[in-house]
Ligand binder design. Structure first.
Ligand SMILES: *Cc1c(COP(=O)(O)O)cnc(C)c1O
Length: 401
């Protein structure tokens, strides 16, 4: 079988229809580029929602993964392995946190953060049993478990999946007065994406995170930053919260933690919070396994050693300037940070999907988000020439369609 239509037909016939992908069937990838089954080459401007910040199939990751697979892949946490300790030390030294708790997918790490925050609320803060509240924000995306979709503000994510876990309150994103009004002694945490990715690369007003940090400190509750998509270099800093110079109590990471090789996620926290977990109270069969730990160690080294965070800041600014210079009647505004750019189209443009389809024809894979935003988030290994190439195509599609 070689024809794209055949692969698509198989998926359509035998797979659940829980996605609506562009009809491009990828068979191979390298750096910022992917190839489809017909041999056509595309630049990847989604980077698996920032899971491949390091670039597709990074040779160093492939090498480490292969070697580790041959030695030992999974031990379970009933025993120890020689990758977990070094992983914990290296990630703590890189991020400045005291401790790390590794999981697998992003949603699991979010669940872990929720458990940590609640347990801290009961055992440290003294919230009465089963009364803990977590404040979250409209437009959030924290994953797909029943608990997490229960506090989504998006009907598509929620409808038909109830009844939902109580204890969450949704507030307008970026509205500090709303957070003040919702504060009460039972609040154990406020959980936020420093920049909302799935919502269309939306940042809160400048200074909001700082105010939120002060407010949570004053009210003795935790600040939890979900950096699964915004973190690990995407915005031109290791973490997006660094743009406002704050220190969260819990940071949730995933996606690029493994450079796209394998699901690895984690929460980071200091001793006071992380020590709420005692042996047996939380865990995962694959969490902290030697393969995942080895891959994550290398993925973090690549980010640092290949200056990917700095590249994201510099090339992102360059890219943003070029996109803003495109003279198209369809563009409402261009926003973002680092190599994470949202091109917001006017309602008159007729939706972002048709532009993404036209970009695909021109060799660029982008994905629309929330109907009207074209999300541009290439691997951080992208070059200036790649960006010039992409701007030409963006210009063409946005000015002729
Ligand atoms: C992708 C994402 C998640 C969920 O991660 P999965 O690995 O898909 O479970 C959670 N939060 C944010 C901000 C994300 O972008």
């Amino acid at each position: 079988m070689s024809n794209a239509q055949d692969f698509i037909a198989l998926e359509e016939q035998y797979g659940a229809h829980n996605y609506h992908p562009l009809d491009v069937v990828i068979t191979r990838a390298e750096g910022a580029w992917v190839w489809d089954v017909d041999g056509k080459k595309y630049m990847d401007f989604l980077a698996a929602y920032s899971a491949v910040n390091q670039g597709h199939c990074h040779p160093r990751l492939v090498k480490v993964m292969e070697a580790q697979m041959r030695r030992v892949a999974l031990t379970s946490r009933a025993f120890r392995n020689d990758q977990l300790g070094p992983f914990c030390k290296e990630i703590c030294e890189l991020t400045g946190f005291d401790r790390v708790l590794p999981m697998n997918t992003g949603a699991e790490a979010v669940e872990t953060a929720i458990k940590a925050a609640r347990k801290w609320g009961y055992t440290v803060k003294g919230i009465p049993e089963d009364q803990a509240e977590i404040l979250v924000f409209a437009g959030n995306f924290h994953g797909r478990t029943t608990t997490i979709v229960g506090f989504s503000s998006d009907e598509e994510y929620r409808f038909g999946f109830g009844p939902f876990t109580p204890g969450f309150k949704i507030l307008p994103y970026g509205d500090i007065e709303a957070v003040k009004a919702a504060m009460n002694p039972n609040v154990c945490a406020v959980m936020i994406e420093p920049i909302q990715g799935e919502a269309g690369i939306v940042a809160p007003p400048e200074g909001f995170l700082k105010e939120l940090r002060n407010l949570t400190t004053d009210n003795n509750c935790l600040l939890v930053c979900d950096e699964i998509q915004s973190g690990l270099g995407r915005t031109g800093k290791l973490f997006a919260y660094e743009h406002e110079d704050i220190w969260p109590d819990i940071v949730i990471i995933g996606k690029a933690l493994s450079g796209g090789m394998y699901p690895v996620s984690a929460i980071l926290a200091d001793n006071e919070v992380m020590s709420v977990f005692k042996p047996g109270e939380h865990g995962s069969t694959y969490g902290g396994n030697p393969l995942g730990a080895a891959v994550a160690r290398e993925a973090l080294k690549i980010l640092v050693e290949e200056n990917m965070i700095q590249r994201s800041a510099e090339l992102g600014a360059y890219f943003m300037e070029k996109i803003r210079a495109i003279e198209s009647d369809h563009i409402e505004l261009v926003r973002g940070k680092g190599l994470w750019i949202g091109i917001v189209l006017k309602t008159s443009a007729g939706g972002a999907r048709r532009f993404c389809e036209a970009l695909q024809e021109n060799g660029m894979l982008c994905k629309e988000t929330h109907e009207t935003v074209i999300r541009v988030a290439p691997p951080l290994s992208v070059t200036r020439d790649d960006i010039d190439w992409a701007v030409e195509r963006l210009d063409k599609v946005l000015t002729t369609l």
